[in-house]
Ligand binder design. Structure first.
Ligand code: FE
Length: 352
């Protein structure tokens, strides 16, 4: 193992525009080997997972492997357009992004090549991977119920569908339906309950809203703390961040749909794929295979208060403190396949 000069460890967050020139500025260590593939001493990652969460993982990989990793971070939509525009000339090997809806969209646009890795297939449960092998989940988050510990009794909670009942009228807060997280949640509800029943549920949620949908999950929790509503649906790591920022937070997570015959808690992933035009596909595969190792999983999931996708990795202490739950085993690929139906459904019931 050897260490690379710090200046070349990572490209800055704002590097997107200057990315190509920055890459040129770092010494090339790749050596041509048989078949024209560049030896795995350099890798380029595009990521919509933000820099604070990505950098510790990449730094550890560099130390572990001797591979120099350059990266650019941006919103998923921007990166997907960039990859398309760069086409066969793209310097990027790997895309890391968030939500099965986005991963599925990237795959549908032909941006990924098959992962083709028995290591990934063994480590990542089948429902957290693309059935065609083009992407795999790397960390797991639950999209679950959060409630006011002052105004809601835990025993009054049961399922996502129950939040549509009249007893919650004027008490529910939800994030906007424009966010892929909610599109995926509703897509998975359709997959689980069928479209008619899912529509009844989401219609009931809309009828129960205390305030118009918020722009993000944190605002849902802030509205509950402020007494504007009593209950909401959020990704677990946002709860973790708020817990870290505020002592004695008067909120708790609830794990719905745990009874026999119910589908379990809705989960989603951050995940990755090897890009179709990756200059270093074999190096990209080795990187993703490392990402599903226990060492990498603990960092990748832990830095964002998420759950590892592998069963062998220890869960972060804070995350473990939220308790155990049965997660939905529905294939996450449905989040993309049923996204058009979900978007139309939310539009029909007036979920803005
Ligand atoms: Fe998020």
């Amino acid at each position: 193992m050897f260490f690379l000069p710090r200046a070349c460890l990572v490209a800055p967050l704002t590097a997107v525009l200057f990315f190509t020139s920055l890459l040129g500025g770092c010494a090339e260590r790749g050596a041509e080997v048989g078949g024209g593939e560049t030896k795995a001493e350099r890798l380029v990652v595009y990521s919509s997972r933000n820099e604070q969460l990505l950098a510790p993982v990449l730094a550890r990989y560099e130390a572990h492997s001797g591979v120099k990793v350059d990266y650019a971070t941006d919103k998923a939509g921007v990166l997907l357009e960039r990859i398309k525009a760069e086409g066969a000339n793209s310097p990027a090997d790997v895309l890391i992004t968030v939500d099965a809806g986005t991963l599925g969209f990237a795959a549908s646009q032909g941006l990924f090549q098959p992962l083709d890795s028995s290591i990934v297939e063994q480590a990542v449960p089948v429902h957290l991977r693309d059935p065609k092998g083009r992407w795999a989940g790397l960390s797991l988050r639950a999209r679950t119920i959060v409630y006011s510990t002052d105004r809601v009794a835990k025993q009054d909670l049961s399922s996502y569908a129950a939040l549509a009942e009249p007893s919650w009228q004027g008490r529910l807060c939800l994030r906007t339906s424009k966010k892929v997280y909610n599109q995926s949640l509703v897509a998975m509800l359709i997959s689980e309950l069928g479209e008619q029943q899912a529509e009844r549920v989401v219609k009931g949620w809309v009828a129960n809203l205390a305030i118009p949908p918020t722009s993000n999950d944190t605002k849902v929790m802030e509205a509950i703390v402020a007494g504007r509503c009593d209950i909401g649906i959020v990704n677990t790591y946002y709860f973790g961040r708020m817990q870290n920022a505020q002592a004695n937070l008067p909120l708790a997570l609830f794990w719905p749909d745990q009874a026999a015959g119910q589908g379990g808690v809705h989960v989603n992933v951050a995940g990755a794929g090897i890009l179709q035009h990756a200059p270093r596909a074999a190096a990209a595969r080795r990187f993703i295979e490392w990402l599903v190792s226990d060492e990498a999983q603990a960092i990748f999931a832990g830095v964002n208060q998420e759950y590892p996708v592998t069963s062998t990795t220890e869960v972060d202490q804070q995350v473990a403190s939220w308790g155990v739950f049965r997660a939905s085993q529905q294939p996450l690929a449905d989040a993309w396949l049923l996204q058009p139906a979900a978007v139309k459904l939310m539009d029909r019931v007036g979920y803005r």
